[in-house]
Design a protein. Sequence first.
Length: 303
Amino acid sequence: MVQTTCRYGAVMLIVLLLIAGVRTGMFFEVDIYLIGTGFGVLLLLMAGVRLFGTRRRVAAVQRVMMPDTLLFDRGLPVILGCICGILLLYGFHGIRGPLSLEGTMKEIVLWGGYGAFAAAAWSVCRTAEGLKAMRMGWHLLGAILCGSALLAVYGLLELPYGIHYTADAAISATGARLGGLLQYPNTFGAVMAAFLLERLFALPSVPWTRTSTLRAAAALLPLLPYTAALLLTESRGAWLAAALACAAGFAKERRAFAPLLVAAAAPLASAALLYRQLAAAQLAPAVLPGLLWLAGLWAGGVL
């Protein structure tokens, strides 16, 4: 019962992430209310199924529980506590008569959805099958967001508002910023930074031996597109956040600094060269030469 519930829960969360990515990150109120309502109903159904199978749940969890995921127990109360605190602030503000009651209700629904998603993801990832499904969904979402944005740059995918053009040097130094499916460069940059950091700090767990060459190459494969997409957003806030997160990660895992630097140097350098070429073309390169340049840099960064 618990495995089935976690499997369906993982699928539900993955679908929600994909919808959010396609629908500009659920920026508009219609998306928030519709998707939030549907997500809440599904959560109630899942909770009912779990309560119905309570007797089988304890034994099943003991069989499939992963030791590493038990560490999530310490972080979840902190995350949910912060979200509940924000909800209380918005609720108190709503009682006192806000300037926009609709805007306050939107934020309450939005932050409530964040809390529900965090709790559901934590519950799903406590099982081996659920954690595996969530990892697959995470990588699928990253591939869709980053891949679609780069395809739009090369003119292979029509993506309205995926690239923002401006003549204001204070907004963009090159005149073009990448927004992707989210249509907002700052948000897209923050998301790409998250995907890049996740892949970057996963490198130390990859065996770097002659017998695992393909696995090592697969681990390096996402670094160039994520880094290039992050740079092309020209989001200084996302760059700063990524740099601070890297510094914090290296401070915590000092032994991983040298291996990470050696492994990621080539892909990151290739991404910087790709960024320079695309920025000079204002995100509108010639298709065939641009793709050949991309393929060469990508192969050089991995091999």
